[in-house]
Design a protein around this ligand. Structure first.
Ligand SMILES: [Cu+2]
Length: 325
């Protein structure tokens, strides 16, 4: 049931973060019935955090000024792992100012780490004291990327927060017939321990079952850690009710500076069949005005020439989110 709790927690938190920015896009909208979703969607963008998030920040003391850093203890860089279960061990350090990870049992929200296998949607890792593992990882080369996040999934962007390693899985016999994700595409949940095949549970299972997740089949792209790299983080999964009122776009950037940060790169994002839009400052944005249903987001790093900058396929990510009113 852990997966359900986690998901509900996220939904609750996001609900708490809804509202705030007002859309200024009603001009020309002749929709008389407020209960009818407009046929076309006009998104309004705000760099200003919704009020609910401002309130959360105020309640967090100095935490938002923290500079948390991570070390990937496991998997070691360039390690070869035998078997399809990849244990992830992280060490949190840096100037924490009260920042620590963990899920509040009442709100089911809290600081957590975003863990990204290859270029898949991230997994949320809340309890650094408990082992975390990625299961059903396919044979071949992989990457893991990690960075600390706030309860509303906004990444810390200080130096040392982001880490990435390459590793290889051999002889894992990952079950390629396993469903990659749940039917609605949500990959946030943990696998209930009862569903964990005996083969993937270490013999020395003396402690509590590690948190983990069946990963969909993927391998690393030919990514170069020294080249500009855009790491997609948010949005992800399902947004319901108030939760869908204001949706955050957030990302990590390494080896590249955006235009308004003194560099030459831009983030180009395209929602559904809208005109492409740009983000020129490395900070989250919030979008309002979503209509119900599935939406596709294309997120790309582009250079001064307006062309996409490739890095192993990771700099151009396509994601689907689902809005339920
Ligand atoms: Cu998150």
């Amino acid at each position: 049931m852990k997966n359900l709790i986690l998901f509900i927690g996220t939904a609750l938190l996001a609900t708490a973060c809804g509202g705030g920015a007002n859309t200024a896009t009603n001009a020309g909208n002749t929709n008389a019935n407020a209960n009818t979703a407009p046929a076309t969607q006009t998104l309004a963008v705000s760099a200003d955090r919704p009020q609910k998030i401002k309130d959360l920040m105020a309640a967090r003391g100095e935490q938002d000024n923290a500079a948390p850093t991570l070390k990937i203890l496991q998997p070691a860089a360039n390690a070869t792992i035998n078997g399809s279960t990849v244990k992830v061990k992280l060490e949190l350090g840096g100037d924490l100012k009260g920042y620590s990870t963990g899920m509040d049992p009442n709100t089911h929200a809290g600081n957590h780490i975003h863990v990204i296998l290859d270029n898949q949607p991230y997994e949320a890792y809340y309890d650094l004291g408990q082992e975390f593992e990625l299961r059903n990882v396919a044979d071949g080369e992989h990457t893991i990327r990690v960075f600390p996040s706030r309860p509303w999934h906004e990444a810390y962007k200080n130096e040392g927060a982001f880490q990435m390693v390459k590793f290889t899985v051999k002889g894992g016999k990952a079950d390629t017939t396993k469903p990659a994700t749940t039917a609605n595409g949500n990959t946030m949940s943990n696998v209930p321990s009862a569903n964990v095949p005996a083969a993937s549970t270490p013999a020395a299972a003396t402690g509590p079952t590690p948190e983990g997740k069946e990963m969909k089949q993927s391998t690393a792209g030919p990514v170069d850690l020294a080249l500009p790299l855009l790491t997609y983080s948010r949005p992800k999964g399902d947004y319901k009710g108030e939760d869908a009122a204001s949706i955050m776009f957030d990302f990590w950037l390494t080896g590249a500076k955006l235009k308004d940060d003194g560099g030459q790169y831009r983030i180009r994002y395209t929602v559904d069949k809208d005109e492409p839009k740009f983000i020129d400052k490395w900070a989250p944005i919030w979008l309002t005005g979503w209509t119900e249903g599935k939406h596709t987001i294309v997120f790309e790093l582009v250079g001064a020439d307006g062309k996409a900058v490739d890095n192993g396929g990771y700099n151009s990510t396509v994601r689907e989110i689902t809005i339920t009113k």
